[in-house]
Design a protein around this ligand. Structure first.
Ligand code: FAD
Ligand code: SIN
Length: 516
C-alpha cells in the first residue's frame, strides 16, 4: 500500500506537532506516532520552557549560561538563534491555549541548575501535558494533516542522497506500508530507553537516530547522555521524575541520616549543573552502599507545595510519601540524549529533503551537557524553523517508486524470548558499563558484547517477520553501538562524559561524529 504526502512527520511530541502546525495548509501532511498520539517525553515534562521573560534578564545571560553548561561544545550561532526566538516560542504556545502559571500580573518564573536568572516558564509541574494537549487539539483542527496512531517507522526511503519517505508498520494490520513524501521530518525523540533506568517513556528508543545512521547521516556527540539526578526511587514507580524545579525552589539533597552533601562537590550546591549533581549522588550511593538519596522540600508550606507541584505531590502520595512532611527517595536515571542527527539552523540533515527536530536532532545547542528546560524550547524553535524552511521550498512533484515491503522470505518467530532477552541485556550493559562514570575497561567490554548482540539481532531480523519490539531492538543495538563508539573516541572527560581513565578536560574542543 502506498500513501503519498507532501510532508511526512515521524513523531507527535512537541517537535513533531509544532512543525505540523506551522506547515502551510497547502501541503498534505502525514503525522505518525508509534504509540498513542500523546505518548512521548514531551507529555511528561514537568519543569518548563526557558525564555528571557523577566526584565532583569537578558539574551546575553541565557546564551552565556547555555554555553557554560555545554562545556565549550555548544554552537554559539545555534544557541543565539534559539535564545532570541524563545519569547516568540512562548507566545506561539500561548496562542494555541497554553496558560503559563502567573503570579500577580506576570509569569511565575522558576529556576534550575545553571540558569543565572529565573527564566523557566511553566504550567505548575505539568507543563508538557498542557503543551501537548493544546498542540494536538490545534493539529486536529487542520484539514491538511492526517494523523496515524500506532504506526511505527521501520526505515527511510532514500535514493541518490535524497529522502522520499519511509516504510511504516501499521501495528494494527501488521502490514508494512510505503509512505511516500517530498519532505520527511524525523521527530522521534531521544534514546534514553537504551538504559535500564530512565525517566523516559517507552517510546524513547532512538528510532529516528538509528534510521538516519543507516541511510548515511552524521550522528554527533552520542556519548553525552544526560542523567537526571532525581527520579523517584520506589519499586512500583516506573520512570517518575522529581523535577529539578524543586531544587530551584530550595529543596535540599540529603542522605538517610539527614546530612546534606552537595557542599562537598560544588559551591552551587543543589543548583550545580546536572552532570555534577548526578555524579555527586552516584558517588555518595557507591561509597556508602546506599540504594538512594533523599530530596527534601518539607520546609515549604503545604499549600504552596500543592499549588506548585500537584503532579509530584499526588504521585508521591500514591506511594505513601507526603512530600510536605517527608523527604523523597531519589536516584539518578538516563534522561536526555544530547547527541543526535546533525542538522543546520533550518533543521535540515545531511541528506536531501530530510529534516530532524527535537531530541532526535543535534542542533549544537546543548554541547556536552543540556541546561534544564532548554529542550522543549529547542523543540519549538527548531520545529518552527523547519516548517518555515519547507514552506519556502518548491514542492517535490515526482517521488521515485520504491519496492513494496517484501516479507516473502521471513517466517513468524517462535523465538520471541530472544527479543525480550536482548532488549534487557543491552539496557543492562548500557547502565552498568556506559553510565554516569565510565572507564576504558568497561567501555571495551561493552563494545565486544554489543558487537556480538548486533550479529544476533541482524540474523534474527533476516529470518523473522518484523514486530514493533524487533524494530526497536534493532534500533537500540545501533544506539548502543554508536554511543560506545563515541564514548571510546572521546579520550577526555567533558560535561556528561566522565571517564576515570581520562579525568582531564582536553584543550582541544571537538564534536564526535559517527558515520555509517
Ligand atoms: P518526544 O516527545 O519524545 O516524542 C517522540 C515521538 O516520536 C512520539 O510521538 C513517539 O511515538 C514517536 N516515535 C518514536 N519513534 C517512532 C517510530 N519509529 N515511528 C513512529 N513514531 C515514532 N525538557 C524541558 O525543556 N523542560 C522540562 O521540563 C522537561 N521535563 C522532562 C520531564 C521528563 C519526565 C522527561 C522524560 C523529559 C523532560 N524534558 C524536559 C525533556 C523534553 O521533554 C524532551 O526532550 C522533549 O519533549 C522531546 O520532544 P520530542 O518531540 O523530540 O520527542
Ligand atoms: C525537570 O523538571 O527537572 C526536567 C527539566 C528538563 O529536563 O529540562
Amino acid at each position: 500500500m502506498i500513501n503519498k504526502f507532501d510532508v511526512l512527520i515521524i513523531g507527535t511530541g512537541a517537535a513533531g506537532l509544532m512543525s505540523a502546525l506551522q506547515l502551510s495548509s497547502e501541503l498534505s501532511v502525514a503525522l505518525i506516532a508509534k504509540d498513542k498520539l500523546l505518548e512521548g517525553s514531551s507529555y511528561y515534562a514537568q519543569g518548563g520552557v526557558s525564555a528571557v521573560l523577566d526584565i532583569g534578564d537578558d539574551f546575553a545571560a541565557h546564551i552565556k549560561d547555555t554555553l557554560e553548561i555545554g562545556w565549550g561544545l555548544g554552537d554559539e550561532k545555534a544557541i543565539t538563534f534559539m535564545v532570541e526566538n524563545a519569547p516568540a516560542a512562548i507566545q506561539s504556545l500561548e496562542e494555541i491555549g497554553v496558560i503559563f502559571t502567573q503570579e500577580k500580573d506576570h509569569y511565575h518564573l522558576t529556576t534550575e541548575g545553571g540558569h543565572s536568572n529565573r527564566r523557566v516558564a511553566h504550567v505548575a509541574d505539568k507543563t508538557g501535558k498542557s503543551i501537548q494537549t493544546n498542540l494536538l487539539k490545534s493539529v486536529k483542527e487542520k484539514a491538511n494533516i492526517k494523523l496515524f496512531e500506532n504506526f511505527i517507522a521501520v526505515d527511510l526511503l532514500c535514493k541518490n542522497q535524497q529522502c522520499y519517505g519511509a516504510y511504516i508498520l501499521n501495528k494494527t494490520s501488521n502490514e508494512v506500508e510505503n509512505f511516500s513524501a517530498g519532505q520527511t521530518i524525523i521527530a522521534t525523540g531521544g534514546a534514553s530507553k537504551s538504559y535500564l533506568y530512565t525517566s523516559n517513556p517507552d517510546t524513547s528508543t532512538g528510532d529516528g537516530i538509528a534510521m538516519a545512521h543507516r541511510v548515511g547521516c552524521d550522528i554527533v556527540n552520542m556519548e553525552f547522555t544526560q542523567f537526571h539526578p532525581t527520579c523517584l526511587y520506589h519499586p512500583q514507580a516506573k520512570s517518575f521524575l522529581i523535577s529539578e524545579t524543586l531544587r530551584g525552589e530550595g529543596a535540599k539533597l540529603i542522605l538517610s541520616n539527614g546530612d546534606a552533601f552537595m557542599h562537598k562537590y560544588d559551591a552551587r550546591l543543589e543548583l550545580a549543573p546536572r552532570d555534577v549533581v548526578a555524579r555527586a549522588i552516584d558517588s555518595e550511593m557507591k561509597e556508602n552502599g546506599f540504594d538512594c538519596v533523599y530530596l527534601d522540600i518539607s520546609h515549604k508550606d503545604k499549600d504552596w507545595i500543592l499549588a506548585h507541584f500537584p503532579t509530584i505531590s499526588n504521585k508521591c502520595a500514591e506511594f505513601g510519601i507526603d512530600i510536605s512532611k517527608q523527604p523523597i527517595p531519589v536516584v539518578p536515571a538516563a534522561h536526555y540524549t544530547c547527541g543526535g542527527i546533525q542538522t543546520d539552523i533550518n533543521a535540515h540533515s545531511d541528506l536531501g529533503n530530510l529534516y530532524a527536530i527535537g531530541e532526535a536532532a543535534h542542533t549544537g545547542v546543548h554541547g556536552a551537557n543540556r541546561m534544564a528546560s532548554n529542550s522543549l524550547l529547542e523543540c519549538i524553535v527548531f520545529a518552527k524553523a523547519c516548517a518555515q524552511h519547507i514552506n519556502s521550498q518548491t514542492k517535490v512533484q515526482s517521488h521515485p517508486r520504491f519496492n513494496n515491503w517484501d516479507a516473502s522470505r521471513v517466517i513468524r518467530s517462535k523465538e520471541q524470548v530472544m527479543v525480550a532477552h536482548l532488549w534487557d541485556e543491552i539496557r543492562r550493559i548500557m547502565w552498568n558499563f556506559i553510565g554516569i562514570v565510565r572507564s576504558n575497561k568497561r567501555l571495551y567490554a561493552a563494545q565486544i558484547r554489543i558487537s556480538q548482540i548486533q550479529n544476533e539481532v541482524d540474523e534474527y531480523y533476516q529470518l523473522y517477520l518484523i514486530s514493533s519490539d524487533l524494530i526497536e531492538l534493532r534500533n537500540l543495538i545501533t544506539i548502543a553501538k554508536i554511543t560506545i563508539q563515541s564514548a571510546i573516541s572521546r579520550t577526555e572527560s567533558r560535561g556528561l562524559h566522565y571517564n576515570k581513565d581520562y579525568p582531564q578536560t582536553s584543550a582541544i574542543i571537538k564534536n564526535t561524529i559517527i558515520k555509517p
